[in-house]
Design a binder for this molecule. Structure first.
Ligand code: FUL
Ligand code: CA
Length: 481
């Protein structure tokens, strides 16, 4: 007990006399690497599913489709990238090859590609057009290359792994830089397989992922993010509906996620407080019921309000959103999808227009070593690299926001300083009504960004009480709208 009391006192007095800077908290392992931090900062990326299926109205092609089927009349990846950029998306991941095996670039390793299609008389290259459009518009480019290939005779045999790696090499070397590689977990089953037309299953070790990952990383000097169900860099969220758990830990034990034992989807969606690895989740969902374009779904495009809910349930819970927008048979985003995306952007801009916390007076229950470097001002300096921190033994605390006059509030947004690890386990929010404090939210994790939507309420004071944390508190920003 004595030690606990004297240590902070000594700490404080040294700081007050300016003799010694107060040390920042020690990182709480595991922590993210820079490429993961950069990726989390992107918040919203887009998937673009486009291939043979767009013309056959299928979701999964069998692999025996004629190359002549692929014939968009007026494809315009610049339109895709422009619409996405204006809606706030930072990256675009393109289906260079889906499960049917058709390649949208003229791969030298197969004849089952765009070079055998009527598009541009066999001289077309949709991967080139898409990566060029991304460069032109300032959107980052990513690659989806389906491991499952229902066209190849050698699928499920050792030779196919060489084929897959050759294609990955072709794509990364000729179409980069890429920001994300997407390894789909859907696998095995019936297919054409070079005419065998049978069911093929693969073992868990068939793809030899560790060596493919090693190869891929060698091909580009700037490191990219690699997605698969369980990492290495980011994980699947366990559903394709557009949400991550309200409790969203970035940490997970990759082995628990890898084994598809009952309940693993739920585990992916919430992560593990004591997980061994930092592998954040990515929320993949389509703007339409299917991943590919079907005219019948023109009336089923998600509304701006539905997209906004998805935003709150993904980005607003600290995850990155990967929203699929599939081009139609012209090779354009359909008018309905464009309208929905524009409406979505307007909603975000309207709801998060002016940050009331910026002009408020913010006080905290205590701060680290009484040092200015970790005081309440760091919560509203609009700098993600500065943060409010508490002393090592203080794992709870309160942020008081005095708006100085009654205002209607709808959202409280919190950001944790993740370079020192994800910490907060539980917090609640109260607003002042007359002489009473009314609890308006009771939540768990925070992470990169946590948007708490509350029933619109008039108040002049808000209290965020952090009640449990894995270590001392490190909160980088707070916003109120
Ligand atoms: C799934 C695939 O089977 C779907 O067709 C789609 O590509 C989706 C993003 O991943 O596993
Ligand atoms: Ca800050």
């Amino acid at each position: 007990m004595k030690k606990l009391l004297t240590y902070p006192l000594l700490f404080f007095s040294l700081a007050t006399f300016g003799q010694k800077a107060v040390a920042p908290p020690r990182p709480l392992l595991p922590i993210p690497n820079q490429r993961q931090l950069d990726w989390m900062g992107m918040e919203m990326n887009a998937f673009v599913h486009f291939t043979i299926n767009t013309f056959t109205d299928l979701e999964w092609g069998n692999g025996d489709e004629a190359e002549s089927v692929f014939n968009p009349s007026a494809p315009d990846p610049v339109q895709w990238a422009t619409v996405l950029k204006q809606a706030g998306f930072k990256g675009l991941i393109f289906t260079c090859k889906h499960h049917d095996g058709f390649c949208l670039w003229p791969s030298k390793y197969t004849e089952h590609s765009i070079k055998k299609s009527p598009y541009k008389n066999g001289n077309g290259d949709m991967v080139r057009e898409t990566s060029d459009a991304c460069k032109k518009t300032g959107v980052k480019f990513g690659i989806y290359l389906s491991p499952w290939d229902r066209n190849r005779a050698d699928y499920a045999k050792p030779g196919y792994i060489t084929y897959y790696r050759n294609q990955l090499t072709e794509l990364i070397t000729n179409y980069g830089p890429i920001f994300e590689l997407w390894f789909d977990g859907a696998n095995g089953g019936t297919g054409y397989y070079g005419g065998a037309r049978e069911k093929r299953t693969i073992s868990a070790s068939y793809y030899d992922w560790p060596n493919t990952v090693k190869l891929a990383r060698k091909l580009q000097s700037k490191e990219f993010i690699i997605f698969s169900d369980n990492g290495p860099d980011i994980r699947w969220v366990g559903n394709e509906e557009g949400w991550v758990g309200k409790t969203n830990w970035y940490m997970i034990d990759p082995d628990s996620a890898l084994t598809r034992r009952p309940g693993y989807e739920k585990l992916l969606g919430s992560g593990m407080e004591n997980g061994s690895h930092w592998i954040p989740s990515e929320v993949d969902v389509s703007i339409r019921p299917g991943w590919f374009y079907h005219a019948l779904e023109d009336s089923k495009v998600k509304t701006p309000e539905q997209l906004f809910d998805i935003y709150l349930n993904s980005v607003g819970r600290g995850a990155v959103l990967l929203l699929n927008v599939p081009p139609d048979r012209r090779g354009l985003f359909h008018e309905n999808d464009v309208k929905a995306l524009q409406g979505f952007r307007q909603l975000i801009d309207r709801e998060f227009k002016s940050n009331l916390a910026a002009k408020a007076t913010i006080t905290v229950s205590s701060f680290r070593g009484k040092s200015r470097a970790f005081d309440a001002t760091k919560l509203t300096d609009n700098n993600a690299d500065t943060y409010w921190a508490t002393n090592n033994n203080i794992t709870s605390g309160t942020i008081m926001i005095d708006l100085k006059k009654e205002q209607t509030i709808k959202y409280v947004v919190l950001h944790e300083y993740l370079k020192l690890g994800q910490r907060v386990k539980a917090f609640n929010i109260e607003v002042k009504k007359g002489n009473d404090w009314i609890k308006v939210a009771n939540e768990t994790t925070i992470g990169y960004k946590r948007i708490i939507k509350i029933n619109p309420v008039q108040t002049d004071k808000i209290r965020v009480n952090i009640t449990a944390s894995r270590g001392c508190l490190t909160i980088s920003e707070i916003e109120v709208f």
